[in-house]
Design a protein around this ligand. Structure first.
Ligand code: PB1
Length: 327
């Protein structure tokens, strides 16, 4: 056949395929979500997230060392307090579980980069991401508590704070509080484009953070919307976010690309608990090759435009990158 152009020419060997590979991964781009809970000397596997655990502060170091050994240097901490109340007061308690975990992590693994999730849902008795006014989340009252929470994390040693609440104006409120209190160097990774997704179920089981009534649709985005993603991302840029995020990942890669093309900040993508649990369940059934699937999911997020990838598979991915099995 008289073919001049043959795309297959560049696929003829592993060496050639690697030479022309367009998406490359680095362990430096991986962030591991980790659950820390009140109590002593406990490590509990999370039924809905096989292979993921809740750690008491005195037991978290074993996981931190495994992360370092695998080549993961960034951790995002999620607190699971033993006491919850209407205003989520444990979220901004200087002696709260995340605050104590930060001190401990700094002590045992000083060179780990510590990011904290800033939200109220793990700390409120009603499970919403803010304080209530009747049946609605009071946006502006919640801003004060989010800012206090972020400040308490910075004061406890967080390198970066990541507000996941989706309240209007929270990046500006947190930035103002951090700056007023002298934390002008603490970056904000904003969960900018976060959808009211059904992919968060396993996380809510893990953190006991499902809303006790209603849902999160009055603050998390409607997944039918696309332009609104840019509106939210650009607002966070204006408010002073240092890193943007799209969440979930797998079903939202179109928006990862759009946000990436429309902004100039680093972009994180969060492969959430439901994505992880689906892979685990199908792998347990023997229906899929787990390792190939989670590698393909990760590469897809980076190909779509992610600069950072928050994933429960961070240790495995870091190991595979080092072994040259992906990226
Ligand atoms: O892995 C996950 O599902 C993450 C869930 C995510 C954590 N930032 C939110 C889940 C939810 O909306 O309930 C927590 C929101 N603050």
């Amino acid at each position: 056949m008289d073919l001049t152009v043959r795309p297959r020419r560049l696929r003829s060997s592993e060496t050639l395929r690697r030479m022309v590979r367009e998406t490359r991964l680095s362990p430096a781009s991986l962030i591991y979500p980790m659950f820390v809970m009140d109590g002593k000397d406990k490590v509990e596997e999370i039924p809905s997230l096989p292979g993921q655990f809740r750690y008491t502060v005195d037991r978290m170091e074993e996981e931190l060392f495994l992360l370092k050994e695998a080549g993961v240097s960034q951790v995002m901490l999620f607190g699971i307090p033993d006491r919850k109340d209407e205003v989520g007061s444990q979220a901004y308690d200087p002696n709260g579980v995340v605050q104590r975990a930060l001190h401990r992590a700094r002590e045992v693994c000083p060179d780990l980069y510590l990011i904290t999730d800033v939200c109220m849902c793990e700390y409120t008795s009603h499970g919403h991401c803010g304080v209530l006014c009747g049946k609605d989340v009071d946006n502006d009252r919640t801003l004060e508590l989010l800012a206090r929470t972020a400040l308490s994390h910075a004061q406890a040693g967080a390198d970066m704070v990541a507000p996941s609440d989706m309240m209007d104006g929270r990046v500006a409120a947190i930035r103002r509080m951090l700056d007023e209190e002298g934390f002008i160097r603490t970056p904000i990774m904003s969960y900018s484009v976060k959808f009211a997704s059904s992919f968060y179920g396993p996380f809510r089981d893990a953190a006991g953070s499902a809303p006790s009534f209603g849902d999160r649709k009055s603050y998390q985005m409607d997944y039918h919307n696309r332009r609104e993603a840019l509106k939210e991302a650009l607002l966070d840029v204006q408010e002073g976010a240092d890193i943007l995020m799209v969440k979930p990942a797998m079903s939202y890669l179109d928006l990862v690309r759009e946000v990436k093309d429309a902004t100039t900040l680093p972009l994180a993508v969060y492969s959430v608990s439901g994505e992880y649990a689906m892979v685990k369940a199908a792998a347990e059934k023997g229906w899929i090759d787990e390792e190939r699937i989670f590698c393909e999911m990760a590469v897809s997020a980076f190909r779509a435009g992610a600069d950072l990838y928050i994933t429960y598979y961070a240790k495995e991915l870091a190991r595979f990158i080092k072994e040259g099995r992906i990226g």
